[in-house]
Design a protein around this ligand. Sequence first.
Ligand code: 4AD
Ligand code: MG
Length: 478
Amino acid sequence: MAKRTKIKDILKGGFEGQEVTVKGWVKTFRNNQFIALNDGSSMSNLQIVVDFENEDPSKLKRITTSAAISIEGTVIASQGKGQAFEVTAKTIEILGDSDPEKYPLQPKKHSLEFLREIAHLRFRTNTFNAVFKIRHHLAIAIHQFFHEKGFVYMHSPIITGSDAEGAGEMFKVTTLPFDKTPRTEGGEVDFKKDFFGKATNLTVSGQLEAELAALAFSEVYTFGPTFRAENSNTSRHLAEFWMIEPEVAFADIHDNMDLAEALLKYTISHVVENCPEELAFLEQRLSDEEKQKPQHERSDMTLRDKLNFCVNNEFQRLTYTEAIEILKNSNPNKKGKFQYPINEWGADLQSEHERYLVEKHFNKPVILTNYPKEIKAFYMRMDDDNKTVAAMDILFPGIGEIVGGSQREERLDKLMARMDEMHIPHHELEWFLDTRRFGTCPHAGFGLGFERLVLFVTGMTNIRDVIPFPRYPGSAEF
Ligand code: 4AD
Ligand code: MG
């Protein structure tokens, strides 16, 4: 194939007077003369000028929105407004037609909900071009951050036999037939006859496996898909989402908070530095959206203000107990404005409470620590008061919980006692308990919800719009 020059490179300059081949998809075709061509390398289009008087009219008709075309031509300085360079076409080849009668996207603004239904085409829109470029840059920044610090990237399994969070929100994995399920003598499903010889599910977290690796490599992280069959139909939950889970030996909860804060700041600054075009576009989009809101709900910060604010300010650290005092005495609580009023210590925090703390009270990211053991997972380290555990959640403006983590219970007796209290059978996790039997040590880790980070950085409002193919209750299209 003829060597293709990327539109991004042509727009940067240095090609003037040169013959190039460009390929891409037609955004618009004006006056039978000007093609706006996009190849995804840049949000900006390249203008192609067509010598329509000497071109076959039947070919011109096929230059329709979203058709794939190849152009050979010369790069020249543009006379028109809006671009520095354009290409005068010598030959035009139609690679793939796009029937304008049937093509579902019009050159106008579509709702994000509508675009979600045509996920194969939404990649061609500016919004999703920007969102998925930023998603890419965030993923690279995360790997770079850990790599520079000497962490080992560990691939945790997707199919597992354990419930890492003990919350029972798992998708089952089985090859047993539904109509003739084999049964044991007692009438239970006989998983011995299943593919793996036991009951298995899609992982909810790679943490337990990461703990095994951390107690050998000292510093590891996972970055992969995780699955939750929770029926949460919200703008913050997906049934399939990506999670980053670092795990560090010889570290306590304070080291853990430092690491999480540094990771968030590093990745956010990386995008601010590397994605100016995408951020400018999304910032405008967000500000247009804000204008639809009533005055008192509008933010006085632009998207980039918000990102820089996060990077330049220390996150507020406080305990769950301190947070409960603030919430108890808060105006919305006293005035009965919370859907779940805060009356006593021990209450689980709802997103309305998290948002109050972050967006109203402190007005910056918050790290909450030392939650009551009853509302946290079995593996978290018991504090000396025997009431709270060494948990840490990071709460972000507009997002709520973005990170959940803890120092782990490294003491075998305490860990087993906690599992008993929570009715978690030991035999399922003997391999995990072995880490506490053979060279246990203090260690800590956390999970960063990748889509929640992308949501924050892009200023989008629904988590379904920051993952290429969202899975949520009632929807697993494509
Ligand atoms: O707080 P979670 O459940 O923690 C864990 O899974 C631990 N094993 C992590 C660890 O310590 N290694 O989940 C971690 C993060 C949340 O803070 C949130 O950002 C994200 O994962 N998350 C979800 N994101 C999208 N959709 C969902 N259904 C999510 N559930 C959790
Ligand atoms: Mg959590």
